[in-house]
Design a protein around this ligand. Structure first.
Ligand code: GUN
Length: 342
């Protein structure tokens, strides 16, 4: 009999044979070891079926094609600018309000880039910046005013908010038809039931990247690492609706590599540098890195060990220049769509 490494059924067959052995051959030591495998196969100490220091061997040596998010964004923004100009010509210039509370340095950079992208592509934008001491009630008042403002088609409240503000309450206060982030529960529900009004920008951008390489998502196994409301969960929904078989991993997932190695499409969104290494990638897979971290030298990097991963993957997104620009582009697309619906 051949014993499978990860096949509990076969291991339990071994267990039975071993019991048999106890009675008839008294081979106690080896039987004890086998019982450990047979009864709790998932609790064994991790025994990677690969060389921990990954050394790609023929025939798997390959260098991934890079999915250039900056270039794809430029192409999509040409269409955004055309649609914005058409709306403006009718006196309906699309408008986005970006609300920032507090002085989180990363958030400040993100909102600046969002407002600049609006300006560059013919959208009207307002940036409302508030001190971290702004009360929840004051923020809710501002959102009510933006909901009622006819010049504003999209409202984005940059997350995270200061701890004294209930972000759920704030997101639920945004009019669903202006919720260009797609975070309102009614938009999350519409997405889940297959009738999306707004697709959350980062997962929407990832789907556009897969489209750009004409990847056959239908029937593929997609693994999403990270289960946030902003990326992981909506990403899984979009992939599922595109016909993928989807696994969602989270921070408690045991033996993450076991799951990621099954992935034809691997989307990583954890905010943990190098959480995915080359040995965790199926040769030829599409690897989409949503992470935005800093390495020891302060250089921007993602969640995937890019230098080694690119020797195993078939396609891979870089950081910077991958998902980041796509997120902003899809925010523009959602704002245009909101304006076109009015
Ligand atoms: N913080 C990090 N990503 C996002 C995003 O996509 N939208 C908002 N509103 N806040 C964020």
């Amino acid at each position: 009999m051949t014993y499978g490494k990860n096949n509990p059924r076969i291991l339990s067959a071994k267990f039975k044979i071993s019991n048999y052995d106890i009675r008839f051959h008294n081979v106690e030591f080896s039987v004890q070891r086998n019982i450990g495998c047979a009864v709790f196969p998932e609790r064994q100490a991790p025994k990677p079926p690969y060389n921990p220091v990954f050394q790609p061997q023929p025939p798997f040596i390959m260098s991934a094609q890079i999915i250039n998010g900056t270039l794809l964004s430029q192409q999509l923004r040409t269409d955004v600018a055309r649609r914005a100009a058409a709306l403006s010509a009718q006196g309906r210039q699309p408008g986005l309000a970006v609300v920032l509370v507090g002085d989180n340095p990363a958030s400040q950079v993100y909102v600046r880039n969002k407002v600049k992208a609006c300006e560059d592509n013919g959208l009207h934008s307002v940036l409302e910046k508030y001190d971290a001491t702004l009360s929840e009630a004051q923020l809710l008042e501002r959102i009510a005013a933006l909901n009622a403002d006819p010049k504003i088609n999209g409202i984005l409240v940059q997350l995270p908010l200061p701890a004294h503000i209930d972000s759920h309450k704030v997101l639920e206060a945004i009019a669903p038809e202006k919720d260009v982030d797609g975070f309102h529960i009614s938009n999350a529900g519409l997405l889940m039931t297959g009738q999306p009004l707004f697709r959350p920008c980062t997962p929407y951008g990832v789907m556009k990247m897969l489209e750009s390489i004409e990847y056959p998502v239908r029937g593929a196994h997609a693994v999403v690492v990270g289960a946030s409301n902003i990326v992981g969960k909506p990403q899984a929904m979009l992939l599922l609706q595109a016909g993928a078989t989807v696994t969602i991993c989270n921070s408690k997932t045991r033996d993450l590599g076991h799951h990621t190695r099954q992935a034809d499409i691997l989307v990583v969104a954890t905010g943990k540098r190098n959480i995915v290494t080359a040995d965790m990638i199926k040769p030829g897979a599409v690897v989409i890195d949503v992470g935005m971290n800093r390495d020891d030298n302060g250089k921007l990097c993602g969640d995937v060990d890019f230098e080694n991963a690119k020797e195993v993957a078939g396609w891979i997104t870089p950081v910077p220049g991958g998902v980041g620009p796509m997120t902003i582009t899809m925010l523009l697309v959602n704002t245009i769509e909101a304006a076109e619906r009015t």
